[in-house]
Design a protein around this ligand. Structure first.
Ligand SMILES: CC(C)(COP(=O)(O)OP(=O)(O)OC[C@H]1O[C@@H](n2cnc3c(N)ncnc32)[C@H](O)[C@@H]1OP(=O)(O)O)[C@@H](O)C(=O)NCCC(=O)NCCS
Length: 143
């Protein structure tokens, strides 16, 4: 298994969008708008591979000089619970730290809060709804 950054608009990026559709959007009856995907041009796009097969992914979006936001964290359904999510979040933290960010923040689905808590993320503020799903802001100081 390997982790790497991928390029916006590449074949790998198209696979990533498909994975995110399957795991994050289709179950909610939602899709991605062209604008949403175009806006990812300047994001850090991360994916985990077993040879050519994409196992999981996430995105990092700059908020300001100190903070970066983790988004679109998804692991193939039949591969969840095998440590792939852990390796993706750990890689994302290393990338963010290396780029000088001090805080990693996210809009965590309530169903994933326990996952993020395992890696030191804490809830900030109250519950809110996004993409028809209950969320909390979670964040962690990167050391
Ligand atoms: C949430 C998700 C990214 C986690 O990835 P994963 O590969 O399944 O997780 P891992 O196998 O690396 O799990 C690491 C640890 O977190 C735990 N964990 C995983 N998902 C969890 C969840 N939803 N709630 C609580 N704990 C969870 C695992 O049991 C494991 O604990 P352990 O180390 O004590 O055994 C993945 O399950 C997924 O894609 N879910 C659907 C989409 C989603 O909800 N994305 C997040 C949106 S904010």
């Amino acid at each position: 298994m390997g982790l790497k950054q991928i390029d916006h608009g590449s074949k790998e990026y198209r696979h990533m969008v498909e994975l995110r559709m399957q795991i994050l959007r289709k179950p909610l009856g939602l899709t991605f708008t062209k604008e949403e995907l175009d806006n990812e041009r300047n994001d850090i796009l991360i994916a985990s591979f077993d040879e050519d097969k994409m196992l999981g992914c996430c995105i990092l979006t700059k908020i300001d000089i100190n903070s970066i936001r983790l988004r679109q964290m998804a692991v193939q359904k039949n591969l969840q619970g095998r440590g792939i999510g852990e390796s993706i979040i750990s890689f994302a933290e290393t990338v963010a730290r290396d780029k000088g960010y001090k805080i990693l923040t996210m809009h965590a689905r309530d169903t994933a809060i326990g996952f993020y808590e395992k890696f030191g993320y804490a809830i900030k503020g109250g519950q809110f709804e996004e993409v028809k799903t209950k969320h909390h802001i979670m964040e962690k100081k990167l050391r």
